[in-house]
Design a binder for this molecule. Sequence first.
Ligand SMILES: Nc1ncnc2c1ncn2[C@@H]1O[C@H](COP(=O)(O)OP(=O)(O)OP(=O)(O)O)[C@@H](O)[C@H]1O
Length: 252
Amino acid sequence: MESTIVSSRNFNAYFGTNHVVKNVSMDIPKNNIIAVMGPSGCGKTTYLRCINRMHELIPGASVQGEMLLHDEDLYSLNPILVRLKIGMVFQRPNPFPNLSIYDNVIAGYKLNGFKLSKKERDEIVEHSLQKAALWNEVKDTLHKKGTFLSGGQQQRLCIARAIAMEPEVLLMDEPTSALDPISTSSIEELMHELKKNYTLVIVTHNMQQAARVSDKTAFFFLGELVEYNDTREMFINPKDSRTQNYITGRFS
Ligand SMILES: Nc1ncnc2c1ncn2[C@@H]1O[C@H](COP(=O)(O)OP(=O)(O)OP(=O)(O)O)[C@@H](O)[C@H]1O
């Protein structure tokens, strides 16, 4: 039996009076990759940003309903703690430009005021870069700036930075849309490795990517969760005509 790690219950999100995520109920099983797809502006990114409480950082933004992490309402927890447990990787690789590869990986610890010994820092840096499949490429240049890396390497560095905080869930907002096909395929391979230890929720516009990497797919349309099913089943046998129209390319 798969256990649920995150679930939303009748969850809504707003920008001022603009209701952009509508009554979404969804269970996210542990150690799965969930793809969130749907046409532009349908609320995918907003929903993702509600899972680690980043939505509320935007002035005028609000939420309603329940978002649970292990059955605990994550909106009753300290938001900083939530963002440590639920890490995020963005569309464009965004390593801190003035920091070395090494300092980028442990940036979350510094920003949150954690004090670590040199040995602890070294271990976290090596372990996180190993997990992000970047260690072998950068182990001799750890003190060079992260921005010297290629786009795909920078994205893996951002994944290492997220992993360094030992999250349980990784949210990825179109993590490969700024990357070339080779870097994209290395990130997709990495996702398969990462799901052994983490639960991944990925917003993607790329249906082939959703089909390649995800266990389950959620299809959003105009803020609603129209269909949520095993990815194979959703692509072979969509239940809702809007899902079918989307996956057959009748709108994008
Ligand atoms: N910072 C913001 N302030 C106000 N409205 C916003 C903001 N960000 C998004 N919106 C609005 O919220 C709605 C949902 O946007 P969201 O970015 O979640 O959609 P999306 O499905 O991720 O779109 P895309 O695929 O184009 O990234 C849109 O109508 C958008 O205009």
